[in-house]
Ligand binder design. Structure first.
Ligand code: APR
Length: 229
């Protein structure tokens, strides 16, 4: 029976793919007014601006490739049951080949009906741009993103995964946004927790902090797990 490795990733996981993080210097929240482009009120106030913001991020994503960190997590699937919980809305974990990916904050390459959140549509690379007037299947669409002021729908299954983990790993998040930031408190007693981040936030004593980027950190993690698990 393979050990269960549960990995929680944030924007730093995709930094080495050239995707901007949010709160680093030059990050997205320095360039855009977050409550205008990523909140429910902002979307109600000016849907045009919100559609434009996500269209630009989709074009950036199309130019990006998974990095060594993403590929390292796929390699770990040889020896462990790997489950990824990500705050990221990019599809780089999936494009790297990770099988179990749970998105907490939505998915950039998907839109959904404004009037029926169960109607979700995958955007094609050749048709990334949407406007407030875009209609699919008779429904006006919005980004399939969890805006600020909206609940993270997948947090329950995410907590269950963490509670079943034999090892829990946090990669590339400033641990600013809940409920994602609270996941590390759900590990069973004695389960090792690793945190890979070049500029780590404060974490409880006992967490193994690897103060480095995702690519190098996942490689180091793989080596450490071989000697400890
Ligand atoms: N490798 C790993 N981590 C990195 C790298 C790298 N190469 N470069 C930067 N980081 C780290 C930073 O040190 C920081 O801790 O990535 C983290 C990025 O933090 P944020 O920009 O706050 O991103 P994140 O924690 O994912 O934000 C959470 O906030 O705005 C919302 O919905 C949005 O999902 C996002 C949520």
């Amino acid at each position: 029976m393979k050990k269960k490795l549960v990995i929680s990733t944030g924007a730093g996981m995709s930094a080495e793919s050239g995707i901007s993080t949010f709160r680093d210097a030059g990050g997205l929240w320095e360039q855009y007014p977050v409550m205008d482009v990523a909140s429910a009120d902002g979307f109600a106030r000016n849907p045009e601006l919100v559609h434009k913001f996500y269209n630009a991020r989709r074009h950036d994503l199309l130019k990006a490739e998974p990095n060594a960190g993403h590929r390292g997590l796929v390699d770990l699937e040889k020896d462990y049951d790997v489950y990824i919980i990500t705050q990221n809305v990019d599809d780089l974990h999936e494009r790297a080949g990770s099988k179990n990916v749970l998105h907490l904050h939505g998915e950039l390459m998907k839109v959904r009906a404004v009037d029926d959140e169960s109607k979700v549509y995958q955007l094609k690379p050749e048709a990334l741009d949407t406007t407030p007037e875009t209609v699919i299947d008779g429904h006006r669409v919005r980004p399939h993103i969890v805006f600020f002021q909206e609940a993270a729908p997948n947090i329950e299954p995410a907590i269950e995964l963490v509670q079943q983990a034999d090892v829990f790993v946090v990669i590339g998040t400033s641990l600013n946004v809940y409920p994602a930031a609270g996941l590390l408190h759900y590990v069973r007693p004695g389960v090792p927790v690793y945190y890979i981040d070049p500029n780590p936030a404060m974490v409880p004593a006992g967490v193994h902090v690897l103060k480095m980027g995702a690519g190098e950190g996942v490689e180091r993690l793989a080596r450490e797990l071989k000697t400890t698990l």
